[in-house]
Structures are given as C-alpha cells and as structure tokens.
Design a protein around this ligand. Structure first.
Ligand code: HEC
Ligand code: HEC
Length: 469
C-alpha cells in the first residue's frame, strides 16, 4: 500500500481497507467522533457492510453510517488513515490499545505510560521538560527532552545514573506529537521507525508495508531511558502485562475503557476479545496501540471547516495568518491538510554535530541534521517547540524563521530556494492566531472522545515513585 497522500492514492487506500474499518468509523462518528473514509470508500463500505452476515451489531453500525452519510454535507479534508493489511482496525483492538497506551504498568517499574509523554491537552506532546545535557552540561548542545524511567539495572533495581543520579532519565529529543504520525511512512524525528515490521520474538515479517507506528511502539517498550529496565526481554514485558490488572493505577477511566474492562476484566480476556485467543505477545501489544493511534484523527479544526467551504470559519486575523503562511512558503513543508509533508529538513536550529538526525538512518551526508517536519495541527497546545524543546512559546518558534542566524547546513525551502521570510510583527501575530484558532481541534484540547483518557498515577502524586515492583 502506498502511504503517500495524493488524491489518487487516497482513493486507493480507501478501497483497500476492510469493512471493519468502516464499522469503526461509523461507531466513532455515532459517538461524536470523526469520519475519515473518502466518499468512494464510504460507498464501497456500504456495499461491503451490506454483504455482511446480518449481525445486529453490524446493522446498528450500518444504520449509524447511513445517517452519517445523510448528515454530513462535506467530508473531512484529511486523507483516510493508511492501515496496514496485517493489522485492520477493530473496536476490541482499538479499546485495548487505548488501555495499553495509558498503562503505566507497561514500564518496568510502573511509572511511565506512553501517555506520560504524549498528552492530548498538550498537543500529543509532553508538558514536562527535563534537561538532557548532550555531551556536557550547561552548554549550547543541551536539549529539553521528556523525563522517562529512572535508570534500572538488569535486575530491575534502581541504580545511580552517571548523569541523572536517581532522577528520571531524559530523552535526547523532545517528544513530538503522536497525532501527526498516522500518515507518515517513517516516524521519529529522524524517521528511524520504518514501514516494515519484524515480529521481535519470531523474527518473521509481521507487516510488509505501513507499520511505522507498530515499529515505534516496539522501540519505546524496549528503550531503557523511556519505559524499560536495562536489557528487558520480551518475555519479561509479557510477564509484566500478564500480571497487571488493567489500568489499576489510573483513575477516571473513559467510558469505552471502563465498559471493556467490565466485560473482560483481565488482559488475557481483553487480548482474546481483540485477537481471538488470549496470548499476550509484544507484536499484539504493538498492533493494539498502533490501532488506537490510527483512530486519533484531529480533523475538527476551523481550518477544516474553512477548507470545506465555510469562508467564515477563520476569524480575520487567523485568515491573514493563513495567507501569510502560504506567502512565506511555510506550506512547502507544513503542507495542508496534514500541515506536514512528512519529509526531513535541517532548518538551521542547531549545528549538525549536535544531532545528525536523518543522516543516522540514511547514512547520506546530505541528510545531516534533518528532522521530520512536525505537523502544525494542535501545535499551539504544546508547551515547548522543536526537537530541542528550546522555545517555550509559539511566537518564538515562529520568530526563529525570521531572526535565526542562517547556519551553513540549513536546507532551502523545497521549490522556493533560500529562506527570505521577512516576517513582520504583524505577520507573526497573525500566524500565531492562525495556528491557535485555526489549527486546534477542541476535542484534543479538552480531551474529549476519542481523545479522552484516564488520569495517570504519576499525575496524582507529587513525586514519582521509584523502584521496581
Ligand atoms: C519518556 C517519554 C516517552 C514515552 C514513555 C514514549 N514516548 Fe513516544 N516519543 C518520545 C520522544 C522523545 C520521541 C521522539 C524520539 C526521537 O525522534 O528520537 C517520541 C516519538 C513518538 C512517535 C513518533 C511521532 C512522529 O511523528 O515521528 C510516536 C508515534 C510515539 N512516540 C508514540 C509513543 C507510544 C505509542 C509510546 C508507548 C509505547 C511512547 N511513544 C512512549 C517520548 C516518549
Ligand atoms: C524547509 C521546510 C520548512 C519550512 C519552509 C518551514 N518549516 Fe517549520 N519546521 C520544519 C522542521 C523540519 C521543523 C522541526 C525542526 C527541528 O525541530 O529541528 C519545523 C518546526 C516548526 C515549528 C515547531 C513545531 C513543533 O511541534 O515543535 C513551528 C511552529 C513551525 N515550524 C512553523 C513554521 C512557520 C510559521 C513557517 C513559515 C514562516 C515554517 N515553519 C516554515 C520545516 C519547515
């Protein structure tokens, strides 16, 4: 499957998805969520859904889908989310993925969930910022990253870390939003999580195309700075999940999660509901979490309404900001409707020696220092900006393009040559208004379905507990 987002490709993706996908889409829509299949996709879904066994659930979902078709005059501008053939979206898998994403017991010492570092109200990123000192502390190569797990040895016992002591270790780049990643063929700032996924236990290819999100999950679970003790084996991860009571540490469970746990109170039962049998495997954990992520489509912004033909959707200053972003060719990289082209560029933030970025993956010197263009959807909710986390407000991230000293490594704007932005104060304020009023999905900001979530133990406690369980 091609992961590009051209119109022809979108149609192709729409057709290749399973009917279950549309059942989920209908379910999401019926619950106030989003709809992302294309018009042609909907027609074929209706045809396929009609040929399903007349299971009452399916009929109910079908009815919701039909109502939706009638009610929706325009469909979302975003392309349908590409779904790998090996991991179709189903409702039991989505809800299991939601639990696992917010499950602190996925980390060796039960202190860190995926959601610790990726929170909707902060644009899918992390409101906390720790200092990663680079090669030496207090110098220009320091980065503001995300605090992860304290350093644990092979036995899972906390040990003093040479840099962080008994404090949580800090990632060497700031957490990007997990929402923009749904359409990308490669994820992470340097794109090191690629499309082909190998089952870490069997070594067999589990996903042939389009599995960047699954690869990313496996990487985070094994990372001894983010979620794992030193050298955690996959068997140990499975043991950690098997003995956990689902979301036992969290409070305020979302309705869909609470209902699923009431129906199937153990992870074995939840995996059986999602996969047909109760085996808990790292690959299935990755399948479930990636499925959940693929349903987090943040497409209810003022810009989406504007793009669908509602010329009043962008208030005055925001409309001026939108014009400015196009005039300054910001959109050559932050390309609508995703507000990223999912390519890699060095915008001259740092000397490449501090972080070689994409070059680490491609080994091509032309890619030195290149980072994946972040989507600007919900960017205004972030509390820090860029892979270095060096800007604490949106205005300074925008002004960077105007004021920064052009480093020799800086790439040109694709198709438009060197940077010559000449962004005035008015432009900056307008762009800020556009990014805030135009590109924020209120469901993300307010953490309502499908972006709702439980409260984590670490959010309730003043200090994060340390020590293995
Ligand atoms: C300790 C904080 C932390 C935890 C825990 C964590 N992440 Fe991340 N996440 C990051 C950082 C930092 C990056 C960027 C790393 C890089 O690019 O080198 C990232 C990158 C990502 C990306 C790629 C986004 C993109 O557009 O490239 C996704 C998706 C993601 N994380 C999802 C998850 C999931 C799912 C989990 C749980 C299995 C998880 N994260 C756990 C900090 C964290
Ligand atoms: C050449 C491609 C390119 C162009 C043109 C471009 N950007 Fe970016 N933008 C990037 C990349 C790459 C990053 C991430 C850089 C990093 O962290 O090293 C980024 C980051 C950002 C961020 C921070 C996002 C976050 O999540 O931290 C904002 C805000 C932003 N750009 C706005 C703009 C605006 C406004 C313009 C036009 C004035 C613009 N960009 C032009 C590539 C581009």
């Amino acid at each position: 499957m091609d992961l590009g987002v051209g119109r022809a490709q979108r149609r192709h993706i729409g057709h290749s998805q399973s009917s279950e996908f549309y059942v989920v889409a209908a379910w999401l829509a019926a619950s106030g969520g989003v709809v992302y299949p294309s018009r042609t996709g909907l027609t074929s879904a209706l045809q396929r859904a009609a040929s399903l066994e007349s299971h009452p659930m399916h009929l109910r979902h079908l009815a919701a889908l039909v109502l939706l078709c009638l009610a929706q005059r325009t469909l979302a501008a975003l392309p349908p989310v590409p779904v790998p053939a090996e991991n179709p979206i189903t409702e039991p898998k989505r809800v299991l993925g939601k639990m696992l994403f917010w499950e602190e017991q996925l980390s060796t010492n039960s202190t860190i969930a995926c959601g610790t570092c990726h929170r909707p109200a902060f644009g899918g990123a992390d409101p906390r910022a720790g200092r990663n000192p680079g090669t030496d502390k207090g110098t220009i190569d320091d980065v503001r990253g995300s605090p992860g797990i304290v350093f644990l040895d092979h036995a899972g016992k906390p040990q003093p870390h040479p840099v962080y002591g008994s404090d949580p270790q800090v990632t060497s780049r700031l957490a990007p939003s997990n929402f923009g990643a749904l359409w990308a063929a490669q994820v992470f700032w340097d794109g090191r999580a690629g499309p082909v996924v190998k089952d870490p236990v069997s070594g067999e290819i589990a996903i042939a195309h389009g599995g960047a999100l699954e690869n990313q999950v496996l990487a985070a679970l094994a990372n001894s700075g983010e979620m794992a003790k030193t050298g955690r084996t996959w068997a140990e991860l499975v043991a950690d999940v098997s003995k956990a009571r689902p979301l036992a540490l969290a409070t305020g469970l979302p309705l869909d999660v609470a209902a699923a746990i009431a129906a199937a109170p153990t992870y074995s039962k939840l995996f059986a509901a999602a996969f047909g049998d109760s085996a808990i495997t790292p690959m299935r954990i990755a399948f479930a979490i990636a499925t959940y992520e693929r349903t987090l489509v943040a497409d209810q912004t003022a810009w989406d309404r504007y793009d669908a033909g509602d010329t009043t959707a962008l208030p005055g200053r925001a409309a001026a900001g939108w014009r400015a972003m196009q005039a300054f060719h910001c959109t050559a990289c932050h390309t609508p409707p995703l507000f990223t082209n999912n390519e890699f560029f060095q915008i001259g933030l740092r000397r490449v020696d501090f972080d070689r970025g994409r070059e680490n993956v491609t080994h091509d010197p032309k890619d030195a220092g290149d980072m994946k263009v972040p989507s600007l959807r919900n960017v205004a909710l972030r509390s820090r900006f860029m892979h270095t986390g060096e800007f604490t407000n949106l205005g300074s991230a925008i002004r960077f393009y105007q004021n920064s000293i052009p480093l020799p490594e800086r790439d040109d704007i694709p198709g438009f040559g060197i940077y010559a932005f000449n962004v005035s104060q008015v432009d900056e304020a307008d762009i800020r208004e556009f990014l805030t009023a135009g590109l924020t999905d209120p469901r993300v900001r307010d953490e309502v379905f499908p972006f709702d979530r439980p409260k984590l133990r670490s959010e309730r406690e003043v200090t994060t507990p340390v020590g293995s369980q």
